[in-house]
Design a protein around this ligand. Structure first.
Ligand code: 13P
Length: 248
């Protein structure tokens, strides 16, 4: 089963609109690769200029977050129709920073996954365990529970186009990467969970990324694993190194 590789940058809360356009121009030639889906998930205010800046290139644009209603009294939020009209194709859902800092739970995350699909956006749905759960040895149960909750009432056809990002929280922004074997163990387990919840064809189609201190030096080994179909990259997506990850 060959799945198309997907390398996505999560810019987090970095880059003003002007800086965002400059980064797109800096990376333009470095991220060329017709065999890979390349996505920049950018802050809401950068979406419009970034869509413009990557026109005519192989780069797709994603959002980092959205809210489940189309419009109304939801101060500070941005809706799926707004993202769609602006040219956004992907949206990160359930990042550990949204869960831990902004209190998002699996009920809301599940609503967001369903709303993204209903709106024609492809979710990059994140899961992953804390250091405490890793040390306690209960990380597999935790991740399995996240996947089941977050995919409640999501159809097999939808899951076939889904992107799941496994991001161990202890490896995010810490410089400590999961080893390729640790990452592969969980990505393989996630695929088995999808096979259990749906069927083998769905499990074979879903794309699973690793995220957490992925960089130009460790990307090739992580991406060589059979169940790792790409990466969700924070810090290294803001540098020319991102091109090396795309072409790893
Ligand atoms: P870093 O690559 O900076 O560790 O961030 C990973 C991440 O959270 C991507 O969503």
């Amino acid at each position: 089963m060959s799945r198309r590789r997907i390398i996505a940058g999560n810019w987090k809360m970095n880059k003003t609109p002007g800086e965002a356009v400059a980064l797109c121009n800096e990376l333009k030639d470095l991220v060329k690769n017709d065999a890979v889906d390349v996505v920049y998930c950018v802050p809401a205010i950068d979406i419009v200029p970034v869509v413009e800046a990557v026109k005519g290139t192989n780069v797709h644009v994603g959002a980092e977050n959205f809210y489940i209603e189309d419009k109304g009294a939801f101060t500070g939020e941005i809706s799926a129709p707004m993202l769609k009209e602006a040219g956004v194709e992907y949206v990160i859902i359930g990042h550990s920073e949204r869960r831990d800092i902004f209190g998002e739970n699996d009920i809301l995350i599940n609503q967001k996954v369903k709303k993204a699909f209903a709106s024609g956006l492809t979710p990059i749905m994140c899961c992953g365990e804390s250091l405490a759960l890793r040390k306690a040895g209960t990380y597999k149960e935790w991740i399995a529970r996240q996947i089941k909750w977050d995919l409640t009432d999501v159809t097999a056809d939808q899951v076939k186009t889904l992107v799941i990002a496994y991001e161990p929280i202890w490896a995010i922004g810490t410089g400590e990467t999961a080893t390729a074997d640790q990452a592969e163990e969980v990505c393989k387990m996630i695929r088995e969970i999808i096979a259990d919840l749906y069927d083998q064809a769905t499990a074979d189609a879903v794309r699973i990324q690793y995220g957490g201190s992925m960089n130009a030096g460790n990307a090739a080994e992580l991406l060589s694993k059979p169940n790792i179909d790409g990466g969700l990259i924070g810090g290294a997506s803001l540098k020319p190194d991102f091109g090396k990850i795309v072409n790893a």
